[in-house]
Design a protein around this ligand. Structure first.
Ligand code: PD2
Ligand code: ZN
Length: 296
């Protein structure tokens, strides 16, 4: 049996701020109990906000159902066509493997060697230290967890970018305009990206506003632009799987379902590079047309 209680926005936001700062859920419950809240109520409130963070779902509203069935991610089949060969425009792309959870497909010749080289040449002079959104302030900061350099292309910035974006749209069955600008990443020896999910967690204003403008991220396409000497695998620690970067290969994984929840098993990382360099192009795909934040 469940009961519905009032969940004041300021209590919810206080819990969210503590979770974002890395305070353990149990410590937040203890603090609420110390402030004369019933333990069941405190636990339900902390659980509801934690679930939003885990599944990238909107924060709970002013009414909370205590005792309701817990949220869970229901996997949906990948939107990519079946079969060993996928035809996208003029290109026949070979499928190396498919995974159920997270829903993923590993592709062989998504890009030609020439396309890989052109992307690298275009990006090289524009590289900057990679940034991420600080979970507390919502600002772009140079992140310790992503020790690569990067840059973004604008949508359709060059004929090559436009052609690749059309190919990505064909593969994923999503409109070109749902894609964020293509991100280029360059890792040098020792560089890595520590475990993270690509969907936006609603813990700061920047993420909440971004989700309101464009919907949640639902999928990521990683395109590997060179062969690496060692390390640099894209790994999924929840399921113990890793993809070795090879020139022209791509990895597409989806994590957003139609209920607006995201799949925590899509947690992934790039292992430290052991020598040489690694080039990757990333396309993040939204539920709706991507509208960038206005600069100001
Ligand atoms: O370069 C990678 O393998 C990698 C790993 C995790 C890239 C990203 N995440 C990303 O661009 O989101
Ligand atoms: Zn990522």
């Amino acid at each position: 049996m469940s009961i519905t209680v009032n969940f004041p926005a300021e209590v919810r936001d206080w819990i969210a701020a503590n979770l974002t700062r890395g305070v353990a859920p149990q410590a937040i419950v203890n603090e609420m109990v110390a402030r004369n809240n019933a333990v069941e109520l405190a636990a339900a409130m902390v659980e509801a906000v934690s679930a939003s963070f885990l599944y990238g779902a909107p924060l709970p509203g002013e009414r909370l159902e205590v005792g309701a069935a817990p949220l869970g991610y229901q996997p949906e089949p990948l939107r990519v066509p079946d079969g060993p060969l996928i035809r996208v425009g003029e290109r026949k792309v070979r499928v190396l493997s498919r995974l159920q959870r997270p829903a993923a497909v590993h592709l062989e010749n998504f890009l030609s060697a020439d396309e890989c080289e052109q992307l690298i040449a275009l990006a090289q002079p524009r590289l900057d230290r990679s940034t991420v959104v600080d979970p507390v302030t919502g600002r772009n900061v140079v992140a310790g967890h992503r020790s690569s350099h990067g840059m973004f292309f604008r949508l359709g910035e060059t004929p090559l970018i436009a052609r690749l974006e059309a190919r990505i749209a064909g593969l994923t069955g999503t409109p070109v305009e749902n894609g964020e600008g293509l991100q280029m990443l360059h890792y040098e020896e020792g560089a890595e990206s520590t475990p993270h999910v690509d969907y936006l967690v609603p813990g700061n204003d920047a993420n909440r506003e971004s989700i309101a403008r464009s919907g949640q991220r639902m999928g990521t396409l990683l395109m590997y632009l060179n062969d690496v000497e060692g390390g640099g695998e894209t790994v999924f620690p929840q399921i113990g799987w890793g993809v070795v970067p090879q020139r022209g290969h791509a990895l597409y994984f989806e994590y957003g379902n139609r209920f607006g929840l995201c799949d925590p098993s899509s947690l992934h990382a790039s292992l430290p590079l052991r020598g040489g360099e690694k080039w990757v192009a990333t396309k993040w795909i939204r539920m709706r047309r991507f509208v960038a934040r206005e600069r100001g």
